[in-house]
Design a protein around this ligand. Structure first.
Ligand SMILES: Nc1ncnc2c1ncn2[C@@H]1O[C@H](COP(=O)(O)OP(=O)(O)O)[C@@H](O)[C@H]1O
Ligand SMILES: O=C(CO)[C@H](O)[C@H](O)COP(=O)(O)O
Length: 487
């Protein structure tokens, strides 16, 4: 519950929609966290590489967590509300009702999630055009972006979805519309996922060349023709209907939103580091790399001038920090990969039972188990003959190859808890080596990075943070996990 100088203060509510859950935070005017709540959200995978969610389910979760964090405070002291969310594609009809994005015709499932890889053929054809907008996504468009998904809907669900669609939103923009009734899109979403240029706007020739010329109609009304910088106050603020849903006063300011990784990046990249002995102290903010590590990891580096890094998304102007260019490296599955490896192992039930008996998370238990079995050696040496290639869901950066698959070498016949712990360690190390490859690609292209700032669910894992420090060349002092970030 909030405390301290609450009578004097004002409050702000931030809602963060990740892949697996929705989180709300109540903060005061200094940004101090006063209350926090989270709520899981549903995902459907009706077939391989298809991942769907429901905008109604997500909105309901936003309402639950928001009501929880404002319990017991004077609602009249709340000054503003902001959303961030994954860059998933929400589809609504002309009356703003959900439309199905699946062959089953289930309109409850009206979101194609960011990690959905159904549009493989579509993204190949888009990349074959070699259109100039592709220069601003690392040279190769990802199957996780919106244009290939839109083309998939047009080619596969013409009657049930495409022809009826009135509005295609990035999830962060859907949430700000739901709260305010304003259909303006955030510059963050449109630049990073939809090929919009902060300087030149939409490029008609791209949409025409890829077979989505219908979206150019009515001045791009279906995908956004009013574009605002993140943080801009929207319309007349919170509508009475949304206010009732969320348990907040009508009319409070609602900000144009951000993609979740960008909110996390913005939250940590400008941190005050004085007194921590970090290499970036007194150096420009461009020497920092924010890594937002949840289901996926996103590597956010900024620069004064555009830097073109092959296989790394961007450069995106003003999409995260106003006035700066952003490069966004990424690994499509990191937390999800660790969970997959651990939960799929034969010794997982034993791990769960032992962790529960000690009231620990499975990861805290595994970390202490590794400490136990490493004996006098550094923990990293436990994997001298076990190696993982982490691209189980393709490689987002820097290889930009969605066809890559995962690999494990050095397997033995035993399947006990020691094996599980070592496989977990090798997976974490493989992810950290992936980060190192991304940093090397960014540095070869002109970035100069001295300090990593980690946040997100994996930031709670000291082994994950330490392996990133060791493997990217730090000494464990120059990297720090900033858990205050809500992403
Ligand atoms: N206490 C913890 N210790 C270690 N890892 C954790 C812990 N809690 C969550 N994680 C990891 O973080 C990941 C989820 O991070 P989160 O930021 O919540 O994801 P998202 O924003 O994508 O929903 C999980 O996949 C899990 O691997
Ligand atoms: O593509 C992304 C940002 O550009 C993110 O990977 C995506 O939004 C999922 O984020 P998270 O792993 O935090 O759920």
């Amino acid at each position: 519950m909030p405390g301290g100088d609450q009578e004097l203060g004002t409050y702000y509510v931030g809602v963060d929609v990740g892949t697996g859950s929705v989180r709300a935070a109540l903060v005061d005017q200094r940004g101090t966290l006063l209350a926090f709540a989270d709520q899981p959200i549903n995902q459907w995978a009706p077939q391989f590489n298809h991942h769907e969610q429901s905008s109604e389910d997500i909105w309901a979760a936003c309402c639950i967590v928001t009501k929880k964090v404002v319990q017991g405070i004077d609602l009249n002291q709340i000054r503003g509300l902001g959303f961030d969310a994954t860059c998933s594609l929400v589809v609504l009809d002309k009356q703003f009702r959900p439309l199905p994005v699946n062959h089953e015709g289930d309109s409850h499932r009206n979101i194609i999630m960011w990690l959905d890889h159904r549009a493989v053929s579509q993204v190949h054809r888009i990349n074959e055009t070699k259109h100039s907008v592709l220069q601003y996504v690392g040279g190769v468009m990802s199957v996780e972006m919106q244009a290939p998904k839109l083309l998939w809907l047009k080619e596969n669900l013409r009657e049930t979805c495409w022809d009826k669609a009135g509005h295609f939103f990035d999830l962060p923009d859907f949430l700000s519309w739901k709260a305010t009734g304003v259909t303006a899109r955030s510059l963050c979403s449109l630049v990073c996922k939809w090929t919009y240029s902060a300087e030149k706007g939409w490029d008609d020739s791209f949409w025409k060349m890829v077979g989505l010329e219908d979206l150019v109609a009515d001045n791009y009304s279906k995908i956004g023709n009013q574009v605002l910088p993140p943080g801009t106050s929207l319309g007349n603020g919170l509508t009475p209907e949304a206010a009732k849903d969320l348990g907040l006063p009508a009319g409070i300011a609602v900000a144009a939103s951000l993609i979740d990784a960008h909110a996390g990046g913005l939250g940590v990249i400008g941190a005050d580091v004085r007194g921590h002995g970090l290499a970036c102290e007194g150096q420009p903010v461009t020497s920092r790399l924010a890594i937002i590590c949840g289901t996926s990891s996103c590597h956010m580096g900024i620069s004064k001038n555009p830097i073109f890094v092959p296989g790394v998304w961007g450069p995106y102007f003003s999409a995260m920090v106003p006035g700066f260019w952003l490069n966004e490296g990424g690994q499509s599955v990191t937390g999800k990969l660790i969970d997959h490896m651990v939960q799929g192992h034969a010794a997982f039930p034993e791990l769960q039972a032992k962790a529960t008996a000690r009231c620990q998370s499975i990861y805290a238990y595994l970390n202490s188990h590794l400490d136990l079995i490493k004996k006098a050696q550094p923990v990293g040496f436990l994997t001298v003959d076990l190696h993982v290639w982490p691209d189980f869901h393709g490689n987002r950066s820097p290889l930009a190859d969605l066809t890559l698959k995962g690999m494990v070498t050095g397997l033995k016949l035993s399947q006990d808890l020691d094996d599980l712990a070592i496989l977990y360690l090798a997976t974490v190390q493989a992810i950290a080596f992936g980060t190192r490859l991304i940093i090397e690609a960014m540095e070869s292209a002109g970035h100069s990075i001295s300090t990593l700032f980690l946040c997100g669910g994996l930031g709670k894992n000291p082994l994950f943070v330490q392996m990133h420090a060791d493997i990217t060349g730090g000494n464990g002092k120059n990297e720090q996990s900033w858990e205050s970030c809500v992403s």
